[in-house]
Design a protein around this ligand. Structure first.
Ligand code: NAI
Ligand code: OAA
Length: 327
């Protein structure tokens, strides 16, 4: 059985994400959990003629939804409105995430946990601390989903230089998932940065760092990115399933992870910056994180971006972790 659970499945991200996951033959059971409308969404999706069996689980049915899950994807919680930062969501979403992590610890302690709910920089440490409290934390299995930053980068780069194919050009984005903590390493794209003026580089970098705000503003109070996030979340989840279920090798996605997932590769970076979590390119294996690729060589411009990211990231991590440890 390969059971995938979507928590927050009736929401703006949850519904299209569940639809995309329903396309996969690697999934045998697709469980949709939400505090509202999950049975309706499940009934609808269950008519699609692919292999997985779809079940819907309402408010009082979290344990059954999570029972024996292989992978749990979490887009549960509130999204931003114009004028808010992702950190403004902490007050409501921290408790939601902690409750779901308790459910994971109790019902599927060995599951891969993919955290979409914001603020990702803090919600991932919350999940980790709850799992630690229960003695079931495996840093190789908990992922913050920063894939949308990579997806956006590929697209935005192709808009600046139309000879770049957005589908095949992967941009490495490191750091975290909010504002200045999102650090695109554009210098790694062959022959790209050299052709840009300083103004173009500034504008592109800003657009990648604040791509979420662009959508929040355009939706004008009706929420944040949902369709592009569902695409990005499905891409991440399905790639992880290819590695863990189909045992394909050499698969890489960027993710915001606990650096202890690959101590050998990250120990000196962690010691130097005092950070427990950071988004880096991650190679997947059967058990989740196989290898965290080291921070690539960066330009002087990118070093300035990194220097701005570190303190904010550190504060976000501490806030998330202490929500659990000092509760
Ligand atoms: N990581 C990323 O790149 C991105 C993250 N997000 C974040 O994803 C989250 C969800 O966004 P949307 O789907 O647009 O919001 P939404 O409000 O449309 O959907 C959220 C769903 O979560 C459900 N929910 C609330 N409390 C729950 C609980 N305790 N258990 C289970 N379900 C619960 C709600 O009923 C709702 O259906 C937000 O925090 C948003 O900021 C959004 C876009 C990108
Ligand atoms: O901006 C937001 O609040 C949602 C998000 O994380 C994104 O679109 O990157």
């Amino acid at each position: 059985m390969v059971k995938v659970v979507v928590c927050g499945a009736a929401g703006g991200i949850g519904q299209p994400l569940s639809l995309l996951l329903k396309q996969s033959d690697l999934i045998t059971d697709l469980a949709l959990y939400d505090v509202v409308n999950a049975p309706g969404v499940a009934a609808d999706l269950s008519h699609i003629n692919t292999k997985s069996k779809v079940t819907g689980h309402g408010k009082d049915d979290m344990d059954a939804a999570l029972k024996d899950a292989h992978t749990v994807v979490i887009p549960a919680g509130v999204p931003r409105k114009p004028g808010m930062t992702r950190d403004d969501l902490f007050k409501i979403n921290a408790g939601i995430i902690a409750t779901l992590a308790e459910g994971v610890a109790k019902n599927c302690p060995g599951a891969f946990v993919l955290v979409i709910s914001n603020p990702v920089n803090s919600t991932v440490p919350i999940v980790a601390e709850v799992l630690k409290k229960h003695g079931v934390f495996n840093p190789k299995k908990v992922f913050g989903i920063s894939t949308l930053d990579v997806v956006r980068s590929s697209r935005f780069v192709s808009e600046v230089n139309p000879s770049v194919d957005p589908k095949t050009t992967r941009v490495t984005v490191v750091g975290g998932h909010s504002g200045v903590t999102i650090v695109p390493i554009l210098s790694k794209i062959p022959d790209f940065v050299e052709g840009l003026s300083k103004e173009q580089l500034d504008a592109l970098t800003h657009r990648i760092q604040y791509g979420g705000d662009e959508v929040v503003k355009a939706k004008d109070g009706a929420g944040s990115a949902t369709l592009s996030m569902a695409y990005a979340g499905a891409r991440f989840a399905l790639t992880l399933l290819e590695a863990t279920v189909a045992e394909k090798t050499g698969l890489i996605e960027s993710s915001y992870v606990n650096l202890d997932a690959d101590v050998e590769s990250t120990a000196s970076f962690k010691a130097k910056h005092g950070l427990d979590y950071f988004a880096l390119d991650v190679e997947f294996g059967k058990e989740g994180v196989k290898h965290i690729l080291p921070l690539p060589q960066v330009s002087a411009y990118e070093q300035t971006l990194l220097d701005a990211a570190y303190p904010e990231l550190k504060a976000n991590i501490t806030k998330g972790a202490s929500f659990v440890t000092s509760a």
